[in-house]
Design a protein around this ligand. Structure first.
Ligand SMILES: [Zn+2]
Length: 316
């Protein structure tokens, strides 16, 4: 039975079950939280455990935490996992706002960056004992800038050296997923081992089909963020693509977090009241069913596709 790296140790892929493929435990700026009294860490661990338990109660077995290393706090994640029982897979990689350390002007090579990512996967994150199971990279509205391209190439190298899948952040409106695929192809990556994330922010069927026709899965992974695209449009897009035969190429998620410091909780609640791990089991799945998506297709997007992605293993 194939196993993958999870926070709790090696995990049999048959144990994955219902998997949310793009979420976060913690999205914060380490410099801020380490230097100012801006949060109550112990209370947030408890709240995170509660949120994970609520998702477990709805049948979610595994959560893929695609937090890039520049925001990561693996000790916090370990505590949330230990307290909740959620199976969590964590990522290595860097966000599109590339820290100075990794930029071209640093004089550091792409191979050096790839080696850091490979170390996370092969040896674990520092002395945490946690090995990484997925590689995250990101491209937003500014596109594949020189510094972003360095990170994409480093991720591609780390992927080929370890066999661990790649999952991305995109700005779907500017169709940067295709540009990410170009860079990966240039590095010899099998696009079937890549998930192009935040594709669910788009209802442009031509764009979405192009991504999948090149072999990648797409992340329909921002349910609850109606400010990017309302839920009914996200649901209709998925239903149409299922009808067209693409159910094996989509995965579902919210891109939500247990704790997110980019805005006051009251503001988040006002802007995106349903942006949490429960929305897909509680409302999106019934809505997809209502829109004509079969139980087989629902199972593909929530269970079988994640499992298949993680079972494509081996360096090449
Ligand atoms: Zn995310």
């Amino acid at each position: 039975m194939p196993t993958i790296n999870s926070v709790g140790g090696p995990l049999d892929t048959e144990q994955l079950g219902f998997t949310l493929m793009h979420e976060h435990i913690l999205v914060t700026s380490p410099g801020v939280r380490q230097n100012f009294p801006v949060w109550d860490r112990a209370a947030e661990v408890e709240r995170s455990i509660e949120k994970l338990k609520q998702a477990i109660a709805r049948g979610v077995r595994t959560l893929v935490d695609l937090t890039p290393t520049d925001w990561r706090d693996i000790d916090f994640v370990k505590e949330a996992v230990a307290g909740s029982g959620m199976q969590v897979i964590v990522a290595t990689g860097i966000y599109w706002e590339v820290p100075h350390y990794f930029r071209a002007q640093s004089g550091r090579s792409i191979d050096h960056i790839a080696e850091l990512f490979i170390g996370d996967i092969r040896d674990g994150i520092m002395d945490s004992g946690v090995r990484v199971g997925i590689i995250k990279c990101a491209t937003d509205e500014p596109g594949v800038t020189d510094d972003v391209e360095r990170i994409l190439r480093a991720c591609a190298k780390a992927h080929r050296a370890t066999g661990v899948p790649i999952s991305t952040h995109t700005h779907a409106a500017s169709q940067v997923g295709l540009k990410q695929q170009d860079v990966f192809e240039g590095e010899g990556v099998d696009l079937g081992r890549v998930i192009i994330g935040h594709s669910g922010d788009s209802e442009d069927l031509d764009y979405l089909r192009k991504l999948m026709d090149r072999g990648s899965c797409i992340g329909m992974d921002r349910f609850g963020l109606d400010l990017f695209l309302p839920t009914d449009k996200r649901v209709a897009t998925i239903a149409t693509l299922c009808e067209m035969g693409y159910a094996e190429k989509m995965v579902l998620s919210h891109d939500a977090a247990c704790y997110f410091d980019w805005a006051e909780s009251a503001l988040i609640q006002a802007l995106a009241p349903k942006w949490n791990f429960n929305f897909i089991p509680d409302e999106v799945i019934p809505a997809l069913r209502q829109a004509g998506v079969s139980d087989d297709h629902l199972r593909a997007m929530t269970v079988n596709n994640p499992r298949r992605i993680f079972e494509r293993q081996g360096r090449y």
